[in-house]
Design a protein around this ligand. Structure first.
Ligand code: SF4
Length: 307
C-alpha cells in the first residue's frame, strides 16, 4: 500500500478511528465461510461469484463449487462445459466468468506451479481478474492489498470524512486511513460498515456505528452521498442534534449541561422548549448507547464523551 501520509486526516485521531472500526468488525460482522479462510483459490471463487449475486445466495453456490472442485488443480483439469453448466444452474450471472475462472485456474497450475501469486499486480495477470478482484484476493488471502474502494466504501468516506466525490481522492484517503499491513481485516471491516450500517439510509445509532464520534454527516445531519443524491427521508433533526452533542464533547473534556446546550442549538435556553429537559433526553439516549457518561454533582451535571 502507499505510505501513510496522514495529512488529510490531520485533525483526526487515526489510531482511535482504526481501532474502533476493527473492534466493531470483530464483534459484529456477518459470518461468511470465505471470511474464515486465507486460501486464495477459495477467496477468488467467492469474489467472482459475488460480482453479480447477492452474498446470501453465494454461500450455497460457493460450497457446492468447492465440493465439485476443491482445489485449483482440480478446477484446472475440469471440463469447461461442466464449469459453465454449474454456473448457469446456480444463476451466477455471465457464463464468461465461469470460463475465465477455469482459464485462470489453468494459468495458476501451469505458470505458477499451482501457487497463487500474492501481489495485486501479478494476480491481475490471471484471466478475468481485474484490479478490484486482484486487490481483494491479495487483501483477504495474503494481507498484501491496498485499500479496497467500492461503492460502499465511497459512501462511508464521503459521509464520515467529507472526502470529495472523486475517484483519486477516494483512493488516496482510503489508503491513508488503512493501517499499514492490515488490509485483510481493514477492507473487510470498511466494506461491512458500508454494507450493513452506513447504507443508503444509514443506521448510525441503531447499527451502533463506531465512527459516530468523528463522522461529519452524523454531526451535520446531511446524509447524502455519491450514490444518495437526496437526503434519506428518515432523517430527523434528533439524529442531527445527537451528532452535534458528540462533536461538541469530542472537542471539550467534560462539559456542564448549560455550557453544552448552546453548542448543540443556538436557541438553547435552560428552561425553554429546547433547554435542559430536551438536552437531557438526547444525553440519556447517548448514555444508553454507551457514547457518553453523565455525572451528577450537587450543583451541576457534567457530560463526557466515552472514548
Ligand atoms: S455515523 Fe452514520 S453516516 Fe457516519 S459513518 Fe456511521 S453510519 Fe455512516
Amino acid at each position: 500500500m502507499s505510505s501513510v501520509d496522514e495529512q488529510e486526516f490531520a485533525n483526526v485521531d487515526l489510531e482511535a478511528v482504526r481501532e474502533s472500526l476493527k473492534t466493531w468488525y470483530r464483534e459484529n460482522h456477518r459470518e461468511f465461510p470465505w471470511r474464515e479462510t486465507c486460501e486464495p483459490y477459495e477467496i477468488l471463487i467467492s469474489e467472482v461469484m459475488s460480482q453479480q449475486t447477492q452474498l446470501g445466495r453465494v454461500v450455497e453456490a460457493w460450497e457446492a463449487f468447492l465440493e465439485h472442485w476443491p482445489t485449483v488443480e482440480e478446477l484446472a483439469e475440469a471440463d469447461r462445459g461442466d464449469v459453465v453448466t454449474f454456473w448457469t444452474a446456480h444463476s451466477l450471472g455471465y457464463n464468461n466468468r465461469a470460463k475465465y475462472l477455469h482459464e485462470a485456474a489453468q494459468q495458476v497450475v501451469e505458470e505458477y506451479d499451482s501457487e497463487f501469486p500474492s501481489e495485486p499486480d501479478e494476480l491481475q495477470e490471471l484471466m478475468g481478474v481485474g484490479p478490484y478482484t486482484a486487490n481483494a484476493v491479495a487483501s483477504f488471502a495474503f494481507n498484501t492489498g491496498d485499500a479496497v474502494v467500492d461503492t460502499n466504501v465511497k459512501r462511508v468516506l464521503y459521509r464520515a470524512f467529507d472526502v470529495p466525490d472523486d475517484d483519486s481522492a477516494f483512493e488516496s484517503s482510503a489508503n491513508q486511513l488503512m493501517p499499514a499491513g492490515d488490509s485483510r481485516i481493514w477492507n473487510n471491516a470498511l466494506m461491512e460498515l458500508g454494507g450493513v450500517v452506513c447504507g443508503q439510509t444509514p443506521a448510525c445509532d441503531d447499527g451502533g456505528c463506531p465512527w459516530r464520534a468523528w463522522c461529519q454527516a452524523y454531526e451535520s445531519g446531511d446524509f447524502t452521498a455519491p450514490d444518495v443524491p437526496t437526503q434519506p427521508s428518515f432523517e430527523g433533526s434528533r439524529r442531527q442534534f445527537r451528532g452535534r452533542v458528540v462533536r461538541a464533547l469530542g472537542e471539550n473534556e467534560g462539559v456542564e449541561l448549560d455550557a453544552l446546550g448552546p453548542k448543540v442549538r443556538v436557541d438553547y435556553t435552560p428552561d425553554g422548549t429546547y433547554g435542559r429537559e430536551w438536552l437531557r433526553g438526547l444525553l440519556d439516549d447517548l448514555a444508553e448507547d454507551g457514547l457518553v457518561t453523565i455525572d451528577e454533582f450537587d450543583d451541576s451535571t457534567v457530560v463526557t464523551l466515552r472514548r
